[in-house]
Design a protein around this ligand. Structure first.
Ligand code: AMP
Length: 193
């Protein structure tokens, strides 16, 4: 409820590349007064600054592979540990079972429960169409066709199993990600507690 938005709240946004995670994350963080934590954005900023982590992550990201769990978990942990109360929208994390287990542990240590996991679902043809548009507009080096195909494959193999994991916990909301940005965000607002 809007009036209660001062306590702990942890929302995860999941979905394949091109599902609209970044756009919806920004909107949702605004409406629910959550801090948006996007591991992809954090990594791109490390790459741009040329930090140690950025140097380790750059080639992996360019190939569309996943950055090792220990590096990602350390990055998220330091952000979450500093939050009181924990009010966060996680965009693009967790992406592996190991990251999901680490998140459970981090939240347990802070005495916080996961509020909801939102999975955006978009047909594959539409994903490819959106990503090739983004490649042209933003020039992201991981949006070229073969890298996109690899990122989708990585998503299917490593991240999709997490959807069942959150389903079993009763925390999962599957959202139709087709349609306009506003249509999709209205669907998300409807299902979140
Ligand atoms: P994104 O902007 O979320 O699509 O992330 C861009 C790239 O950053 C991914 O293709 C991965 O190489 C890397 N990345 C972002 N988040 C994670 C994560 N949670 N675990 C591993 N790699 C990640």
């Amino acid at each position: 409820m809007a009036s209660e938005r001062t306590g702990a709240e942890v929302v995860l946004l999941m979905g394949p590349p091109g599902a609209g995670k970044g756009t919806q994350a920004a909107k949702l963080a605004g409406t629910r007064a959550l801090r948006k934590l996007s591991t992809g954005d954090m990594l791109r900023s490390h790459v741009a600054k040329g930090t140690d982590l950025g140097r380790k992550a750059e080639g992996i990201m360019r190939a569309g592979e996943l950055v090792p769990d220990d590096l990602i978990i350390a990055m998220v942990e330091s952000e979450l540990a500093a939050m009181k109360p924990v009010r966060v929208l996680l965009d693009g994390f967790p992406r592996t079972p190991g990251q999901a287990a680490a998140l459970d542990e981090l939240l347990r240590a802070q005495g916080v429960a996961l509020t909801a996991a939102v999975a955006l679902e978009v047909e594959e043809d539409e994903l490819v169409r959106r990503l090739s548009g983004r490649a042209a507009e933003e020039g992201r080096s991981d949006d070229s066709e073969d890298v996109v195909r690899n990122r989708m494959d990585v998503y299917r193999r490593q991240t999709q199993p997490l959807i069942d994991y959150y389903g079993e916990q009763g925390k999962l909301h599957r959202i139709d990600g087709m349609g306009s940005v506003d249509e999709v965000s209205a669907r998300i607002d409807e299902v979140l507690p």
